[in-house]
Design a protein around this ligand. Structure first.
Ligand code: PLP
Length: 359
């Protein structure tokens, strides 16, 4: 660029986020739900969208949806905030709790969006690496030591549970001690909580510094619609409302999410089937020679294999797109496969076995 002034240093050096989206028969790369919203629920959605006034601004706080989420979780409406996907709320977290001179505590390898948002907002990052030998668990004692020795070591932290892309949840007992050990904001990202069946929701009432993130993109089949939410204390939600874009959640998305949430039992039944598929996949992969498959509480399996990038290419040549982490730090030789439909999972297992035999 020479006829336009440069962006700020922290922006100009950023490489734009690339979801590595490629055409394929089986998309097993983005942890989406392999099943779209069924026809009868779509019909209800269409009826709700018909009622939307397109010329009017949406309800900024999506109060109807907010109320449904609050009721389902046994908390007040003021303790819920809906966002344009979980990603918007992650960005708002960095906007509100980060900034120049402030510090974000991160647990890599984890969701890359966290560190990217810190960079965008000029927030310093303190990394505590997860332990590969322990299925990428967090080094709990180290975290608690840091909290005990320096109250100002960090201003906020985000802990994915289950952790993407490694797979396991963090134990509730540790999260409880972590919350008690600091007054920094701790966000627990439960984007995949419907697949783990474990939530730290019960820690909300005793911990004003806890925020829980959820999304409609995974279990609820709405990755294309962009709805996520936070549950936290009223005081924390008020800080989020200060930094958010007032109309980020459009009226059509609000209507779609209300119908889907009202039918959540239907989607949770689908989740159960995916959990069973996860068990079947893990078992099959563990029987294969030359693969280390990591345990998972989510809707994907991370695995280590020699020649991982060649394996990725081979799978792609068979129409199967998985996520290649083999050039990411601490994830050398690792690929991540999302749980798909039974047919897609079988195609993946067959192709993986064929790759192993071809070597
Ligand atoms: C998918 C995901 C989210 C949220 O995604 P949205 O589509 O923006 O709601 C948040 N955290 C993690 C770890 C995810 O994998």
């Amino acid at each position: 660029m020479d006829r336009v002034r440069k962006t700020a240093d922290n922006i100009s050096k950023i490489v734009p986020y690339d979801p590595k989206y490629l055409p394929a028969d089986a998309f097993l790369s983005a942890n989406e739900n392999p099943n779209d919203v069924p026809d009868d629920i779509r019909a209800e959605i269409s009826a709700e969208i018909d009622k939307v006034q397109f010329n009017r601004y949406p309800d900024p706080l999506a109060n109807e949806l907010r109320e449904m989420i609050a009721d389902a979780n046994g908390i007040d409406r003021e303790c819920v905030l809906v966002g344009n996907g979980g990603d918007e709320l992650l960005f708002d977290t960095a906007l509100a709790w980060g900034g120049p001179g402030r510090i974000f505590l991160n647990f890599p390898p984890t969701f890359s969006v966290y560190a990217a948002n810190a960079n965008l907002t000029n927030t310093d990052v303190l990394n505590i690496e997860r332990v590969p030998e322990n299925d990428f668990a967090i080094d709990e004692e180290r975290v608690l030591d840091i909290c005990a020795s320096d109250k100002a070591a960090f201003d906020f932290s985000i802990l994915a549970s289950p952790n993407n892309p490694t797979g396991l949840i963090s134990p509730e007992g540790f999260i409880d001690r972590f919350l008690q050990a600091t007054d920094a904001l701790i966000m627990v990202d439960e984007a995949y909580y419907e697949f783990s069946g474990q939530s730290v929701r019960c820690l909300l009432s005793a911990n004003e510094n806890l925020a829980i993130l959820r999304t409609f993109s995974k279990a609820f089949s709405l990755a294309g619609v962009r709805i996520g939410y936070i549950m936290a204390s009223e005081e924390v939600i008020r800080e989020y409302i200060k930094v958010r874009q007032p109309y980020s959640v459009d009226a059509v998305s609000q209507a779609i999410a209300r119908v889907v949430f009202a039918h959540r039992d239907y989607f949770l039944a689908g989740t159960k089937r995916m959990i069973a598929e996860r068990g079947r996949m893990l078992e099959a992969m563990r029987r294969m020679e030359g693969i280390k498959a990591f345990p998972s509480d989510a809707n994907w399996i991370l695995f280590r294999i020699d020649d991982a990038h060649r394996c990725w290419e081979y799978l792609y040549s068979k129409g199967i797109l998985v996520r290649d982490f083999s050039s990411s730090r601490s994830l050398e030789d690792c690929l991540r496969v999302s749980i798909g439909t039974r047919g897609q999972n079988d195609a993946f297992l067959e192709a993986l076995q064929a790759f192993l035999c071809s070597r």
